[in-house]
Ligand binder design. Structure first.
Ligand code: FAD
Length: 293
């Protein structure tokens, strides 16, 4: 199918884009187009106008500001995958990126597009919740910051209001002795995950877990913190027993959906296996000193 007719705007500055979005409530921003264009073609979305963010250079950057990694919303997936400063400050992002779709899609898809799209099976929302990232949102009437955990409000739903653009993602650099890991199971590499887990675990010199953040993807309406699993680790030596307990806690009250790709029960058993695998890897990295830069 072909999309319904729409007007097309290609602003060169953020200010111009915000003006266009403020003037036209029926307009939608276009980033990499990897989700929006298929939705237009299937007529699942019928915006009267598209505001293409592709020419706005000021939205595409990777910077470091002391303890924070700053990522422009139009930073492409391929950059997140290969940029050395991303790998040093937020190695969890680097580890998750090869799971996001295929290289062709990563060449076009953007950080902001992925987060604003809020697909419950997407990797980046879960990674950003795990890292405690903050999202900077701008509109004609001003700027606000939304914590990642509050940004994702439901199935393909976010805290973005009409006329608002996600402009920057602020990722706190991992603290020392923090290990990280990401893993997922998909039917074929590059497909959306049947289930996935992101984790960041901090341990003391004595090997006691002092902080744990574990987030599940593709088992609910959006990224889900596994707080029972986190509590099973914090304050304990992160040994095999504690990790096995965390894996059990992760599925205790979990009720993942069933669909044509997998049953809820299968997804649940994947979560148990993945939490164990991911936390083991994160703990090992924490013991080795954690992040590299
Ligand atoms: P677009 O498609 O341009 O936009 C997506 C939505 O976000 C639109 O509603 C748009 O209006 C809005 N938007 C975009 N930018 C902003 C902004 N700055 N502020 C506010 N709203 C904005 N993704 C995964 O995470 N994991 C996968 O495994 C995966 N597999 C895929 C497989 C295929 C075959 C395809 C086609 C896509 C797949 N994707 C996957 C999606 C891909 O990662 C997309 O790139 C991503 O979801 C959307 O990013 P985009 O830049 O293309 O956004």
């Amino acid at each position: 199918m072909k999309p319904a007719p729409f007007e097309y705007y290609a602003p060169r500055t953020l200010e111009e884009a915000l003006d266009l979005l403020a003037a036209r409530e029926d307009a939608k921003p276009l980033a990499g187009g990897q989700s929006l264009i298929p939705a237009l073609n299937f007529r699942l979305a019928r915006p009267a106008a598209l505001v293409d963010l592709g020419n706005i250079a000021e939205l595409r950057y990777v910077r470091r500001d002391n303890g924070t990694l700053l990522l422009g919303a139009m930073t492409r997936h391929v950059t997140l995958e290969h940029d050395e400063s991303v790998a040093a400050a937020a190695p969890l992002v680097r580890e998750a990126m090869p799971h996001v779709a295929h290289p062709q899609i990563r060449n076009r898809g953007t950080l902001g597009g992925s987060l604003a799209h809020a697909d419950p099976a997407a990797e980046l929302p879960a990674v950003m919740v795990t890292l405690g990232a903050a999202f900077v949102v701008r509109s004609r009437s001003g700027e606000r910051t939304v914590q990642a955990a509050e940004f994702f409000t439901g199935l393909f739903a976010t805290a973005l209001a009409p006329g608002e653009l996600l402009v920057e993602v602020r990722v706190p650099v991992l603290s020392p002795r923090t290990g990280w890991a990401f893993d997922e199971v998909a039917r074929r590499h590059g497909d959306f995950a049947l289930a996935g887990v992101a984790a960041a675990v901090t341990s003391s010199e004595g090997g006691v877990c002092t902080s744990a953040r574990i987030t599940l993807l593709s088992v609910g309406d959006g990224p889900m913190r596994a707080s029972g699993a986190e509590q099973a680790l914090i304050g304990r030596a992160a040994d095999a027993k504690a990790i096995a307990d965390a894996a059990e806690e992760a599925i205790r009250e979990l009720e993942p959906p069933s669909d044509i790709h997998a049953s809820g029960g299968y997804r649940k058993s994947l979560v148990r296996v993945l939490v164990k695998r991911v936390v083991e890897r994160a703990v090992k990295r924490a013991a080795g000193g954690g992040r590299s830069g």
